[in-house]
Design a protein around this ligand. Structure first.
Ligand code: G3I
Length: 318
């Protein structure tokens, strides 16, 4: 019997979703996830604030359970994330010296990638490190204390610890060639490659909105320039938010964006097509963008939307 997951498998596409950890243990939600997706990512439990709230205290249990459940269901895993400026525990916000900073990065990465050696397909080693306005490195505790080589250091430690996991630099608003952030992100990655840093690929989050059209040409151009550097490209956090109330016109725009992204992923042989949540019942969007919602492929009753049914047709057609 064909489902979205088998259609994705047939296309060699890693097709997945970010999961709030308890969903893999809820019978209805876990069945839906298992039937639709061949890769999952933890939405929050591997972020430092949750995984390591204190330098000596590790919250392994939820992650152990998640990794085990996903692996049992034959799904691959994306890891998210080691180095970020958000959801940081107090001890990390209070790092003062380069030595302290490197130690936190080193301990975190070696502990995680040793415990889960061979379990992750790819990992967002650093997340959102490029500044929106300048396209240079974002001002964070990591930059302030360690200096501009903190990402290089993190990727090197990760590669030494688990050479099997693909190491990714992930960001938002980095998907288009010819924008300040898109070009800044590209230049930083190119520099990493030139310095011999073991980066395997880049992630475009793709938190999109029906307020802006998708610039297909700039996206494809960007994918190709990363391929020219010898890297992979993953779509890592897709959603398309809509300013409420929903109208038939916005619904159509949203469907077109999801369809177009999937076609681009298939045609350009993108590694992962991962959506940041599957249901509007459980969405990060309204909390961050008040007045926006309906961003995900399933409605609040876990019914697939038209856009998702259409994505199934696209997967069947390629
Ligand atoms: O678990 C607590 C709950 O106990 C409490 O009652 C509630 C009250 O606010 O908060 C709950 O925690 C929230 C958590 O999501 C779980 O819902 C946090 O406050 C909230 O900050 C957290 O937001 C997460 C956000 O990252 C934090 O920056 C979102 O779930 C998560 O989807 C979002 O994910 C990020 C990616 O990691 C990086 N790219 C952007 C993406 C969307 O913002």
């Amino acid at each position: 019997e064909e489902n979205m997951r088998s259609l994705a498998d047939k296309n060699g596409l890693l097709f997945g979703v970010a999961v709030r950890s308890s969903d893999l243990f809820d019978p209805v939600a876990s069945k839906l996830i298992e039937d639709n997706f061949n890769i999952v990512v933890t939405e929050n439990i591997m972020k430092l604030e949750n995984l390591r709230p204190n330098p000596r205290f590790w919250n392994w249990n939820p992650v152990d359970d998640f990794v085990e459940a996903a692996t049992e269901k034959g799904m691959k895993l994306r890891g998210h994330t080691f180095i970020w400026h958000n959801q940081l525990p107090a001890f990390a916000r209070n790092i003062r010296t380069r030595e302290e900073g490197i130690k936190v990065i080193e301990d975190t990465i070696t502990q995680v990638l040793t415990r889960y050696k061979g379990k992750f397909y790819e990992y967002d080693v650093c997340n959102e490190i490029i500044d929106d306005e300048t396209g240079g490195l974002r001002k964070t505790v990591w930059l302030d204390t360690i200096g501009p080589d903190y990402a290089d250091i993190a990727f090197r430690i990760a590669k030494e610890t688990d050479p099997s996991v693909k190491l990714i630099l992930n960001d938002y608003s980095n998907e288009y060639a010819g924008t300040i952030k898109g070009d800044g992100f590209y230049n930083f990655v190119k520099g990493m490659v030139e310095r011999g840093v073991p980066i395997d690929g880049v992630g475009f989050q793709l938190h999109l909105s029906t307020d802006y059209p998708l610039n297909e040409q700039a996206l494809r151009k960007n994918i190709h320039r990363f391929y020219d550097l010898g890297l992979t490209v993953s779509f890592t956090e897709i959603d398309v938010r809509v300013k409420m109330p929903m109208t038939p016109q916005k619904e159509k725009l949203q469907k077109e964006i999801y369809e177009k992204l999937l076609r681009i992923a298939l045609e350009e042989k993108v590694s992962c097509f991962v959506m940041w949540g599957y249901t509007d019942a459980n969405s990060w969007v309204p909390g961050t963008f008040p007045g926006y919602g309906s961003a995900h492929p399933f409605d609040r009753q876990l019914k697939p939307k038209e856009l998702y049914i259409s994505m199934g047709k696209i997967l069947a057609e390629y």
